[in-house]
Design a protein around this ligand. Structure first.
Ligand code: B12
Length: 326
């Protein structure tokens, strides 16, 4: 069997695999020069040139792993927030890395593995490797998995035949569902304003404006709105989840969890890296954004003397907000 065929044979029901060459991504240099992006390598040359990561780089093997999930249980009357489906369960960085490690070892090839935190622009890598096209929401869309998948890749010194890109004609055409659904208007006709993206706001360290806090609504981490409405995400691979706390976390539990409980519930998920305090801050904001209730107020009252000054600030603000709604 040819090496390329072997590589494709690792594809499963919830994954897609593609191959591309490792030449520089010069086509996106002008975009990167124009926009500022949070949480990434600032040296543009490193973002576009695989050979600055691995001198002998010849090819890239990209893998997309679906994280599509649906909740199938019953909801109780506790005050609950929402977690993005991508941040549920074992962290995708770990899952994809393991899969790519397995592929690399089985093929007995040399290569460097990256998932999300590498210098390259992952969506551009995925595009070149033929695993999808960029939709209006900015997400890569694939025929089989829709847009709800994470991307990882191996940069290898092996020369491989690139995957033939099977384009979806007129991908988004005149569909504007994601643009219309985004409550903050972060998806623009021609680009993306990350500063307004709810996913970004849930991760941002300081939320100064009332507008930012309102936009978070009851999201504890991440946001799925632009993908939920995308027609390409209908009838794709989906995992059923019955764990209520995982899907709609109990706000009181989040606010009273110990460091140990945080380590056990969130540290190994994709939102673990942001730390306990940011999740708790978002949970306080979620209470302020919810309806007035004695229960919500009680939870907040117990935190009025929190020793963390910033948390105390959010608690007092949330109490005021709720009292205004009485
Ligand atoms: C920083 C970052 C964020 C930031 C900023 C996002 C942004 N759009 O810049 C925030 C926190 C907001 C974010 C949110 C999300 N992210 Co994010 N993020 C990243 C990260 C680390 C870097 C992105 C980056 O380089 N941006 C710079 C721009 C230029 O690149 P890009 O976003 O990939 O955009 C491409 C196109 O959309 C287009 N484009 C973008 N802007 C513009 C502007 C113009 C003028 C033009 C012409 C084209 C264009 O060109 C780019 C190159 O192909 C990547 C991982 C990585 N290392 O690449 C993950 C990544 C993009 N994120 C991912 C995911 C899943 C998400 C969320 C869905 C998570 C969630 N549920 O909350 C949301 C989706 C929001 C959205 N609609 O884009 C996945 C995307 C998978 C996919 N199928 O597309 C990635 C690839 C992580 C991974 N390895 O799987 N993310």
């Amino acid at each position: 069997m040819r090496l390329e065929q072997k590589i494709y044979s690792f594809e499963e029901e919830n994954t897609v695999i593609g191959i591309g060459d490792a030449s520089p991504f010069s086509n996106i240099k002008h975009i990167l020069e124009k926009i500022d992006t949070p949480f990434v390598e600032k040296d543009i040359e490193k973002r576009i040139n695989p050979k600055l990561i691995r001198e002998d780089a010849k090819s890239i093997i990209a893998l997309g792993l679906s994280y599509n999930k649906i909740f199938v249980g019953n909801i109780d009357n506790k005050i609950r927030g929402k977690i993005s489906i991508g941040a549920m369960g074992l962290d995708y960085h770990i899952l994809i890395k393991e899969k790519l490690e397995y592929i690399k070892n089985s093929l007995n090839i040399q290569g460097d593995i990256f998932v999300d935190t590498g210098p390259l622009v992952d969506r551009e890598v995925a595009k070149r490797c033929g695993i999808g096209q960029i939709g209006k929401s900015g997400n890569i869309i694939n025929k089989k998995l829709g847009s709800i998948f994470f991307i990882g890749y191996i940069i290898t010194n092996v020369e491989l035949k690139p995957t033939k890109n099977t384009h979806i004609k007129d991908l988004c055409k005149d569909c504007n569902k994601c643009i219309k659904a985004c409550p903050s208007g972060s998806i623009l006709e021609n680009g993306f304003n990350y500063k307004m993206c709810i996913s970004y706001l849930t991760q941002k360290k300081q939320l100064d404006s009332e507008e930012e806090r309102k936009l978070i609504n009851r999201q504890i981490y991440g946001c799925d709105i632009c993908q939920k409405v995308c027609p390409y995400n209908k009838n794709t691979y989906i995992e059923k989840v019955s764990n209520l706390d995982m899907f709609y976390p109990n706000i009181e539990k989040i606010l009273t969890m110990s460091n140990k409980e945080f380590e056990m519930t969130y540290k190994k998920t994709a939102c673990g890296w942001r730390g306990k305090k940011i999740l708790q801050r978002n949970a306080i904001i979620a209470l302020a954004n919810g309806k007035y209730s004695k229960e919500a107020l009680n939870i907040l009252e117990k935190m009025k003397n929190d020793t963390r000054e910033d948390i105390k600030h959010y608690v007092l603000w949330a109490i005021e907000k709720l009292n205004d709604k009485r």
